[in-house]
Ligand binder design. Sequence first.
Ligand code: NAI
Length: 486
Amino acid sequence: MDGVDYDRNNMVIKKICCMGAGYVGGPTCSVIALKCPEVTVTVVDLSQARIDAWNSSDFKLPIYEPSLEKVVRECRGRNLFFSTDVDSAIQEADLIFISVNTPTKTFGLGKGRAADLKYIEAAARRIADVATSDKIVVEKSTVPVKAAQSIQRILTANTKPGCRYEVLSNPEFLAEGSAIKDLLEPDRVLIGGDTSHSGLKAIDELASIYVNWVPKDRIIKTNTWSSELSKLAANAFLAQRISSINSISAVCEATGADVSEVAHAIGMDSRLGPKFLQASLGFGGSCFQKDVLNLVYLCEACNIPEVAQYWQQVIDMNDYQRRRFANKIIACLFNTVTDKKIAILGFAFKKDTGDTRESSSIYLSKFLMDEGAKLSIYDPQVAPAQILCELTNPSISADPERVEKLVTIHSDPYEALKGTHAFVVCTEWDEFKDYDYLRIYKDMLKPAFAFDGRRLLDSSLLENLGFHVEVVGRKSWKNGILPVTP
Ligand code: NAI
């Protein structure tokens, strides 16, 4: 699309409203407020508890992200505000980001695959109900292709006299755990809109916000559908790479190759590059699975089942990897974990976040609980109530009382590890590397097993201490045991 004039003097955006104060809305708008001090940014949410946490005097923010607190401390009360007064923020704004959740549908048509757009639709209807002046409405949430069209239709069908809306797609590519860095130095900012004069002008307006800190050549402009699809495709490609290396990890375990050596050799190829080649017990997080399933559903709806099946394999491989790792633990522990105490190190889906959505730890815990294992769980950032909430979800366990009997949550890792038969590294928290493993070994039952689902620990060091170590993507060679994984 054509270049734009970024002269801020010609731009009208003075006030921004963001609907949704979650993992995307909160950090994104904090960085916009930081980099655009002349723009007033109000982040609104329906959840009073979430907004109270954003406004808390001791800065106990509702999400954990490195450097987020620093940015909020600098901007909050200056040009960054958090509020539950959704209507006033909509009315006053020139531009509105919709950053609400788009989870996978749990019932009805498209159950288990399609994105549930009810929050997006409710947000659009709220805008149409209360707005009294022209707005640029920006879809920041990840949505299926053509969602912008639905938003436009809802807005147009309910427009008050004198109100005009331009709907843009501006998907967010931040990764949890490095959100502030990603927002400050994005690989690219993608803005999709229509090619009418007013559509192009709206794209320019949004670009004029980003150009305050993002180099112009990193601001990509496309048509709306390309922008929407690019977000789904980007997450599908990232998830696919993890499933690809995890599939190779299974071959390594069967043959004696080492997945780190293979990943290194693959990653040296400049066409492939070294990133996202870390084998693990499977990917988690709120986005990868949801967005790949969303793509699968889109392909089915477009009557291209071959493509749908292709992408479905990415999810199937992830499920297989989690199951395979759990089976390996059970096989190593003499084919039974009933009543055995196993420590789970890490419950967040990755390091440097407190987010547990779709974490592989949940599924690993489920598989072990199904076999009657007693779990001692420790995570440096996740609150005990959040861990229990995940494990007592009906999709994980039908019997919450049993979960409470089997699970103990610890705030001290050494206490979590005391008296266990085995520990499992589920999240790659840096602190796990620095523990006193001699002390841990002495406190564990023998033989003491270490299962490293992240290839995080120094296995030779652990083996020299006496541990039986099992690592994703490496054949069991120590002690001559090769676990049988069905
Ligand atoms: P989240 O669940 O943390 O936050 C969404 C917030 O929207 C909730 O606090 C909810 O109360 C609020 N909300 C719902 N309806 C509302 C309404 N009508 N008015 C005001 N607030 C409302 O979700 P998260 O993680 O921030 O994700 C948001 C979107 O961004 C999703 O589509 C997600 O796929 C996408 N995304 C998420 C990324 C991540 O790393 N979490 C990265 C890139 C995109």
